[in-house]
Design a protein around this ligand. Sequence first.
Ligand SMILES: O=P(O)(O)OC[C@H](O)CO
Length: 453
Amino acid sequence: MISMFKPAPHTARLPKDKIDPTYRKLRWQIFMGIFFGYAAYYLVRKNFALAMPYLVEQGFSRGDLGFALSGISIAYGFSKFIMGSVSDRSNPRVFLPAGLILAALVMLFMGFVPWATSSIAIMFVLLFVCGWFQGMGWPPCGRTMVHWWSQKERGGIVSIWNCAHNVGGGLPPLLFLLGMAWFNDWKAAFYMPALAAIVIALIAFALMRDTPQSCGLPSIEEYKDDYPPDYTEEAEEELTAKQIFMQYVLPNKLLWYIAIANVFVYLLRYGILDWSPTYLKEVKHFSLDKSSYAYFLYEYAGIPGTLLCGWMSDKVFKGNRGATGVFFMVLVTIATVVYWLNPVGNPGIDMACMIIIGFLIYGPVMLIGLHALELAPKKAAGTAAGFTGLFGYLGGSVAASAIVGYTVDYFGWDGGFMVMIGGSCLAVVLLILTMLSENKHKAELLAAQNKSL
Ligand SMILES: O=P(O)(O)OC[C@H](O)CO
């Protein structure tokens, strides 16, 4: 392990009267760090698409640029898992800003060095490297949330934090427009978001901290008197990579269910998002500004949808993440069917469907990450979430571009929608299995607890 990433050592406990005010202040401060820190990761994850129309003008084909772009998803899928395990043994205060700065440096390179955008192979490699550094974003946020918010608070906090995806995802076009206005240079699509990301990385470093114990505070379980049923003192010890993989991730059946369900959730998330400009233009005859607007609304409708999903998951479904996922996935499947079957000439309905799908799909996206955090001890949280990301990106996101694209080429849009809707139905089945196993698992834990009393 590189020494600068080492987890911060525990320090002497603060006096009793300082614990509560320090906890309150630091939780607020740290949350700002991980929220804006993660939003900034999206600044340098989505910006290549903005440069694509100009690269087409340079003579590159859409298909080849799509291939170069897939480098990000492929690398990100692997990295979220592998770097997740490094992150579980690292200080998030250093890990998150380091990954963000490295990803931003790749984008600066693409913006300022003409060689970097001179061939598809070079762009693929650079985007792959950027995707790899991107994998250093989610796991330290997960590690931070499980160390600073107790189990009962997690549905709420993770759903608020998850909105960072949409906040960050919506900003690159604005930064690009600003860059175009200032410099009249399309490469601003690379360097404007990258420069903003570097500034935010430094702010995140100033705001974030490692564990509560490294700040002289008790564990969150002790502070909130909120202990998971299987909690022991050992939960505070850092784990080795072998323990994380062999004891807590690979043998975990529920984690496998949600990871596979994530393939289909991501197939719909990115299938609808990535293809909406093309589908709305070709089939529904939308103008460019109207389809861009639909894209923007899809992203931002995800914010209230995610918050509602987190709230319902805690309050209505009493923490059963599987059941909440089933509820949202059934609704989003229905909305997708309406979006597909709505005849040409009803743009209001198409727009409403984009908003409803955006509103409903980010809830399950968030829930799977949250559920993964809960299915492993907190010292293995990043790896567990990374495991679901591996499936979501390598399976779902890559399929959303490649399989949906080829299906549309060979069988038309009906075929593309059947793939996405069929995937959603499979996600529902897997989440039902998760829900049933979750109920059984909780009943077993309760029985074991009652026995030990
Ligand atoms: O890796 P991302 O950015 O797609 O985020 C994943 C979600 O937060 C999972 O909960």
